[in-house]
Design a protein around this ligand. Structure first.
Ligand code: IPD
Ligand code: CA
Ligand code: CA
Length: 270
C-alpha cells in the first residue's frame, strides 16, 4: 500500500509542476487528467498484486465480485487545490476485510508525509507513531471542516463554521478531507467535521484517527458508517462538547447571530 500511494503521489507531483487543465464533473466539481491517471495507476497495481480484491475508486472504478477484501481509492483528494496550484492534496487508500476496515494509507506528496494505520496496531507518520492531541476544552481547540461542492446551496455548514469559530481557537478549511483527518490523528487539529463526504474520502482517514486514539461518529454521536453523510472526528476528549454544540446548532438554540454586512457597511469609515 505504501509503495502504491508513493507512486501515485509522484505522478500527481509531475502533473502539479506542469499545471494541469481543469475539466468539470458538475458546476464546481473539478476533475483533471491527474485524477484519472492516478486512479488507473493504483488500479493496475492492485490488480497486479491482489487480482481477486474488490475496488471502489472515485473516478469510476467498481469491481464487485464478492471478495472478502475491498479497496477504497481516492486517487487525488483535494482536486480543487491541485487544479489551482494550492499545495494541499493527497492520495488515500483503504482496505476492508469482510466489511471491517483493516488498513489505511494517506500520502501527501507535497510534504513527503506518509500516514499509515493498521487495525489494532496504531497510526504512524513516516514510520513514527502518532497520537491525537490532549486538548480538553473546545475553547482551546483548533478544528478543521470542509464545504462539499455537491448541493452547496443546500448545505448549512456555514452556521456550524460560524458558531464553532466563535467557540474555539479557530476553524480551518484546507480542502482535503483525508488530510484533515490525518491532522486530527497527528494532533495538529483537535477535531474535524464535514457533511456529505464519500467513502473514498473517509475510509483511510477515519481508521487513522481511531488508531491514533481519537473518536469518529456521526453528528448525533452514533457510530460512523462508511456510507454515512456525517463525519465528526476528534481527539475523543472534546467529542461530547462538539456533539452538544452540534445539537444546539441543529435546534437553533443559543446561536450567535451572523453580523449583518449591510449594517457594517453603514458604519464603515473610508
Ligand atoms: C474533496 C475534498 C474536500 C472536501 C470535498 C471532497 P476531492 O475531495 O476532500 O476537502 O471538502 O467534500 O469532495 O473531490 O478533491 O477528491
Ligand atoms: Ca476526495
Ligand atoms: Ca478525488
Amino acid at each position: 500500500m505504501d509503495s502504491i500511494s508513493r507512486e501515485a503521489g509522484s505522478l500527481l507531483m509531475e502533473h502539479f509542476r506542469r499545471h494541469v487543465k481543469i475539466e468539470y464533473k458538475g458546476d464546481v466539481d473539478l476533475v483533471t487528467v491527474a485524477d484519472r491517471q492516478s486512479e488507473a495507476l493504483i488500479l493496475e497495481r492492485i490488480r497486479r498484486h491482489f487480482p481477486t480484491h474488490d475496488v471502489m475508486g472515485e473516478e469510476g472504478t467498481r469491481i464487485e465480485t464478492g471478495s472478502d477484501y475491498k479497496w477504497y481509492v481516492d486517487p487525488l483528494d483535494g482536486t480543487t487545490n491541485f487544479a489551482h496550484g494550492y499545495p494541499v492534496f493527497c492520495v488515500s487508500l483503504a482496505v476492508d476485510y469482510r466489511g471491517k476496515r483493516i488498513a489505511g494509507v494517506i500520502y501527501d506528496p507535497t510534504r513527503d508525509e506518509l500516514f499509515a494505520a493498521e487495525k489494532g496496531s496504531g497510526a504512524r507518520l513516516n514510520g513514527q507513531p502518532i497520537r491525537v492531541s490532549s486538548t480538553e476544552r473546545l475553547a482551546e481547540c483548533l478544528v478543521g471542516t470542509g464545504f462539499p461542492s455537491h448541493k452547496r446551496h443546500q448545505n448549512p455548514n456555514i452556521y456550524f463554521y460560524h458558531q464553532i469559530t466563535l467557540r474555539s481557537h479557530g476553524v480551518r478549511r484546507a480542502g482535503s478531507a483525508a488530510l484533515d483527518l490525518c491532522n486530527v490523528a497527528a494532533g495538529r487539529y483537535d477535531g474535524f467535521w464535514e457533511f456529505n463526504l464519500n467513502p473514498w474520502d473517509t475510509a483511510a482517514g477515519v481508521l487513522m484517527v481511531e488508531e491514533a486514539g481519537g473518536r469518529v461518529t456521526d453528528f448525533a454521536g452514533g457510530p460512523f458508517q462508511i456510507a454515512s453523510r456525517e463525519t465528526l472526528a476528534s481527539n475523543g476528549l472534546v467529542h461530547d462538547e462538539l456533539l452538544a454544540e452540534f445539537q444546539a446548532i441543529f435546534s437553533g438554540r443559543g446561536l450567535e447571530e451572523l453580523p449583518s454586512p449591510v449594517a457594517y457597511a453603514k458604519e464603515r469609515k473610508y
